[in-house]
Design a protein around this ligand. Sequence first.
Ligand SMILES: Nc1nc2c(c(=O)[nH]1)N[C@H]1C(S)=C(S)[C@@H](COP(=O)(O)O)O[C@H]1N2
Ligand SMILES: [Mo]
Length: 439
Amino acid sequence: MDSRISPDRRAHMREMLVDGGADARTLARFDAVVSRRRFVTLVGRGGALAALATLGASDVAVRGLLGRGLLPAAWAQDPKTIPDKPGMIVHNTRPINGEFPAHMLDDPVTPTERHFVRNNGLVPERADKRDVHGWTLTVDGEVHTPLTLTLDDLMKMPTVTFPALIECGGNGRGLFEPKVRGNQWGQGAVACSEWTGVRLRDILRRAGLKPSAVYTGHYGEDPPIGKAQPFSRGVPIAKAMEEHTLVAYRMNGTPLDPLNGFPVRLVVPGWIGSCSQKWLTRVRVRDTEHDAEKMLGYSYRVPAYPVVPGKIPPKEDMVVATAWVVKSMITTPAAEAQVRAGDSVPVRGHAWAGENRVARVRVSTDYGETWTSATVKPGPSKYAWARWETAVRLPGKGYHEIWAQAVDDTGDAQPLRQPWNPRGYLGNVVHRVGVVATA
Ligand SMILES: Nc1nc2c(c(=O)[nH]1)N[C@H]1C(S)=C(S)[C@@H](COP(=O)(O)O)O[C@H]1N2
Ligand SMILES: [Mo]
């Protein structure tokens, strides 16, 4: 064992490889190499690439690492255009990951073609072909009557429709300092679509929860890349039984987009997006906290206490990330917009607060010295974002920043600097938009 890489650091690095779709051979070589000092030397020389060459890393693993900013950008292919999602900032094409710039997310209900995409694996063939034939949802585990439901069965159950926000736990990761690996999301890994579906609690009640039921485990049919485990997460039974937790089969009035989970997905609003399993095929009721790979280690977990930026806490100090924290986004003006000095400039956007409610939003044009209150209009349902607006006047010619800060009903406010955690989750630093005023 190399004393200069702590076991936790090593576990963290190994998980990054697994996330990148590393195959068994690559992982075996990683395990062999990290136990030697040589790896430290290579990495120390800035030689992540050299280290990978030593590892004989597969193409897939290398591509995964490209997405995590480990390899020189010169290696990356030009981002492809994703036909369903015009204008998307594509972070990765295999798996597909992309977001929209804040100014394209101005609508109260996000159009499907602007709903971000966060995939760990490949898009299932069934989704690509928009073919529901043969799809079923299994509900099993700690239930009295296991169920197998077809889409027709599901559609016969009572349905509800409401807008609700889904936000990737890693949204805002690109603003972490020091940098953390993973998709470098800006503001846009969030969307508020209108969902139609069946309450998960109605399905769980139909199956009959046993007293031993404490957690769900969610499974989808997206093929993992390389030797990665299938993506699977879960939530405590109380959240599964919450009235807004949906098994959704329509999004903004039409069947789900293939990239957003066709034919059926979970919508677990208020909590980090990974809880909202796409391409859903099975809900397994557990008698213990779900223990699939993406529930463990550093995946979708945050330290139980604030850590020194850049320091990896031991695994046992990491806890499962659950609800989102208070946040806002400026959707108008767009970054780099030109305005006239002295004119009234409309400023607006959205605010949301996980399980809490948005109490107020304020805006600054002098780097947080003084603030102006915005008018806040609550969203039409518990987990829809609130709309806020105000106007500012920029005093003189040149570069200005517009900042927005939301405060929730518990008094929690967005921080001016981003607190750090090893995987860059729950980023909610105030959104800053740079504009130029002309005389
Ligand atoms: N089956 C499956 N479900 C999944 C994922 C996945 O990779 N596979 N990604 C999760 C993550 S991390 C997020 S943030 C949301 C993203 O949903 P969207 O792509 O529809 O925006 O889906 C979640 N559900
Ligand atoms: Mo996510």
